[in-house]
Design a protein around this ligand. Structure first.
Ligand code: OOG
Ligand code: NI
Length: 448
């Protein structure tokens, strides 16, 4: 659907497939080239708690759950977000599709007028069809499951929630007022669906893919968000082509008008993105990343793009870039796999001596297991803000009014969601522990 709606996205997918199949940069990722051609994320922006609650129920049917809290107010945006995604290793392996889902925080809007216009528009819109709502009720009565027949109805009904509907529910005057407060506010509140605003295939080498996009004369965002290029990639690096200017139609006046009575205009919100994913980092690794990001960002605040790259590379030298160091220093999560040596020697093992080293350290030093990165499945708030910012109207205000205060409100988000968010660290740790336990069991080791 998105390819049909945004044909440039289809071109992007082709470029990504070409660069991935000719990339030799990451042998580990090559193992899963098949998964790679399926892998992507998308994003939607919601206006109300009711919308978020229903989206939660819809994604739950698809095995996707709300993981992590992203406070976007740190970047001057009146919004916060989560990511709906699969949570167990097996589902992630099958297809890790994720949706970055943003929720408006009306209490953070500066002008009372735009707040009341937005709330009024949002109160009246219905982004879910009645048939979809019925199916969600049915799924919940059927233990979270739907029959094949029901799924065949669910998919087109759900597509209408995510499709582009170029006829605004707002008048031009309302649209302009919301745009003036924040262009993303207009995107969230003025339309009748929660349109997908971008999709993002995964690339093995984002620098190569970005060059290929430029060669294809796509309007590419100037910089890549996230950590600089490394030998052992961590977290997430992202860039995008800029949002297209699309024709829309507005209601002529604020009262209900007969169909066909519209003013024309244009809107910029939909784009295509690429991402390079690296290792999931532990809280210790994340702290180091955040610290270095802050340092690099402040040192490069007035630098050119070329200088910025140099500053980032230099500052990030402080994040070890040798896998065994990253792993030993507890900066990254890992999965344990038996080595071929372990396969031939397994039967000779009975117990592992009780030294001060952990079981994992002993198995590694004896050459019985090896560690591998766990792919980071989530997002980064400052990178997300960079992606948001570079895809707004040109009329955007670069700086927020000085009275805009960043306030994190995970509790408020959870209240809107109607339940707790899952902590991504718990998920990575679970995958790490499960893999170690599998190794120990299959090696037949008894722990004393
Ligand atoms: C979401 C931007 C965040 C990412 O990849 O960090 C995002 C949006 O533009 O709605 O998708
Ligand atoms: Ni994205």
């Amino acid at each position: 659907m998105y390819r049909r709606e945004v044909p440039l996205y289809g071109d992007l997918v082709q470029i990504v497939q070409q660069t991935n199949s000719s990339s030799t940069s990451d042998l580990q990722a090559h193992d899963t080239l098949q998964r790679l051609s399926l892998e992507r994320h998308g994003a939607i922006r919601l206006g109300t708690a009711e919308e978020l609650c229903t989206i939660k129920r819809l994604f739950r049917v698809m095995g996707m759950h709300a993981v992590g809290y992203y406070d976007l107010s740190v970047a001057g945006l009146p919004m916060h977000a989560t990511c709906f995604r699969p949570i167990c290793a097996k589902s992630l392996e099958a297809n890790p599709f994720r949706i970055f889902t943003t929720l408006l925080r009306p209490e953070m809007l500066q002008s009372d007028e735009s707040k009341s216009i937005a709330e009024d528009l949002l109160r009246h819109r219905k982004i879910f069809t009645p048939a979809l709502s019925q199916l969600l009720d049915a799924a919940e009565e059927q233990d979270g499951r739907l029959s094949l027949d029901q799924v065949e109805v669910l998919i087109p009904e759900a597509l209408s929630t995510f499709s582009w509907q170029p006829v605004a529910a707002a008048s031009r005057a309302q649209y302009m007022k919301l745009c003036n407060e924040h262009p993303i506010l207009a995107d969230i509140a003025c339309f009748r669906s929660a349109h997908i605003n971008h999709l993002t295939p995964r690339v093995l080498d984002i620098d190569a893919a970005k060059t290929a996009m430029e060669l294809a004369e796509m309007p590419v965002k100037a910089s890549i968000e996230g950590p600089p290029k490394r030998k052992w990639p961590i977290l997430l690096r992202q860039t995008s082509f800029l949002a297209l200017e699309e024709q829309i139609r507005f209601r002529i006046c604020e009262q209900q008008q007969p169909e066909g009575n519209f003013a024309t205009g244009s809107h910029k919100a939909r784009f295509g993105e690429i991402e390079e994913r690296g290792a999931a980092v532990t809280p210790k690794g994340r702290q180091l990343y955040d610290f270095l990001l802050k340092e690099a960002s402040s040192r490069s605040a007035n630098a050119s793009f070329a200088e910025k790259d140099l500053i980032f590379s230099e500052v990030f030298l402080k994040f070890p870039d040798v896998w065994s160091d990253m792993q030993r220093e507890g900066l990254v999560y890992c999965v344990y796999k038996r080595t071929s040596k372990a396969l031939t020697e397994a039967t000779k093992l009975s117990a592992v001596s009780n030294t001060s080293n952990t079981l994992a350290e002993q198995l590694i030093s004896q050459g019985l297991v090896q560690t591998y990165p766990i792919t980071y499945e989530d997002f980064l708030p400052f990178s997300a803000a960079g992606i948001f910012q570079s895809n707004l109207q040109t009329a955007q205000k670069d700086e927020q009014p000085s009275n805009f205060k960043a306030i994190s409100d995970q509790e408020g988000f959870e209240q809107s969601l109607g339940g707790p968010l899952i902590n991504s660290d718990d998920l990575y740790l679970q995958i790490e522990n499960d893999s170690l336990r599998d190794c120990v069991e299959s090696l037949g080791i008894k722990c004393s």
